[in-house]
Design a protein around this ligand. Sequence first.
Ligand SMILES: Cc1cc2nc3c(=O)[nH]c(=O)nc-3n(C[C@H](O)[C@H](O)[C@H](O)COP(=O)(O)OP(=O)(O)OC[C@H]3O[C@@H](n4cnc5c(N)ncnc54)[C@H](O)[C@@H]3O)c2cc1C
Ligand code: FES
Length: 386
Amino acid sequence: MNSTQMVSAFQTADRLVDAKTWETGARLWSSSEEQVLNCCRVTRETHDVNSFEFQTGDGLPVRFEPGQFLTVSAVVNGQAVQRCYTLSSPPTRPYLISITVKRVPGGVMSNWLHDNMRPGGQLRAFGPSGVFTPTVASAPKSLYLSAGSGVTPLMSMTRASIDLGLDRDIAFVHSARTPADIVFREELHRLATLSPRLRLFFVCEGIGEEQDWTGATGRLSLPQLAQWLPDFKEREVFTCGPAGYMSAVRHMLREGGHDPVRYHQESFDISEGAASAPVFEPVSEPAPESVPSESSVEQDTFTVRLSRSSRSFTMHASETVLAAAKKNGVMIPSSCSQGLCGTCKTKLLDGTVDMKHNGGIREREIQKGFRLLCCSRPTSDLVLEL
Ligand SMILES: Cc1cc2nc3c(=O)[nH]c(=O)nc-3n(C[C@H](O)[C@H](O)[C@H](O)COP(=O)(O)OP(=O)(O)OC[C@H]3O[C@@H](n4cnc5c(N)ncnc54)[C@H](O)[C@@H]3O)c2cc1C
Ligand code: FES
């Protein structure tokens, strides 16, 4: 089979994933629809990572693509909190969906889930969302690079591939603090025995308690990657992990001559800077009909008025509207802070913003006047429907 035929075979396989989920009668659960999930099982993966399995409230199977995430919400200490969690289960098992959560020291939602979510418990969630999926770029050879809890989208992709019997050429390189921190270690080994073209490589910063660890130690380096995978430049790369890891990986691949066009990443980092590599081209406001006055061009402070509450605050042009609102005591629902999840979508009644999103809003919503406040900076005074 030549490479063109192989690509088309993989694309056919991706359509198969789609078709199979439909055949099961899976319902389309949109990212703007919230529903209750019932917890069926909790599995300890490592000392600080648990998987939580859920059935939807209506019991119907869920249609999604491997790599997509849910936005879950809970009331913690009287405050409504929303966070994104990738579906670690594959779309080929649509009746029982799972998220796999790492405890973040001091983190609100991750600790609440670990301490409170048990079989019989309930969680509210918005439907699957996100564009970090292998269906955006089918390729004969893939390289999955993950660190820590960033393994989840790649696990969903791997499980789906094995469930469908695709026997894809997948090189899965996972970085962890110690061998005991490798999430899904046993299952990955089991999957690799089912599909000889799935190859696993682990690299641990230290050996921890596992004195007989024979795998790589330290941090992933270009010579190490090239030794494991001399063909890494030919592979479609999917990377997920903390922002520092991903920036190091991007740099390493560029240095090694990998074409950035075949590089895809998802950040779990919630800091503002994490949105520095947008998946989508930045969406800027259409030019205003009237030419702005010289003073408005130079203006760096703007007023934001909230139409429903009649509150207002001033903000600097360099801040995002969401960050400025929080600073001024206005709590707007938000989750990823990266223009990914759509939680902060709000109607802009008047004014203009510069919005650089990551796929969390559709073109038709932008046309209707909606904006994602976490990745929008004002270019005039604003009136928000809040
Ligand atoms: C698309 C996407 C998919 C994701 N998928 C997964 C996944 O599959 N698995 C997973 O484990 N995670 C995932 N995440 C990360 C997840 O959404 C949360 O960000 C993570 O669980 C931390 O949430 P938290 O509420 O526990 O922490 P937060 O309460 O948000 O705190 C995060 C950090 O900020 C610090 N902090 C909090 N409040 C303050 C404060 N007032 N001052 C100073 N520091 C503070 C905390 O100590 C902590 O270090 C994903 C994120 C995104 C965007
Ligand atoms: S908080 Fe996720 S898109 Fe704004």
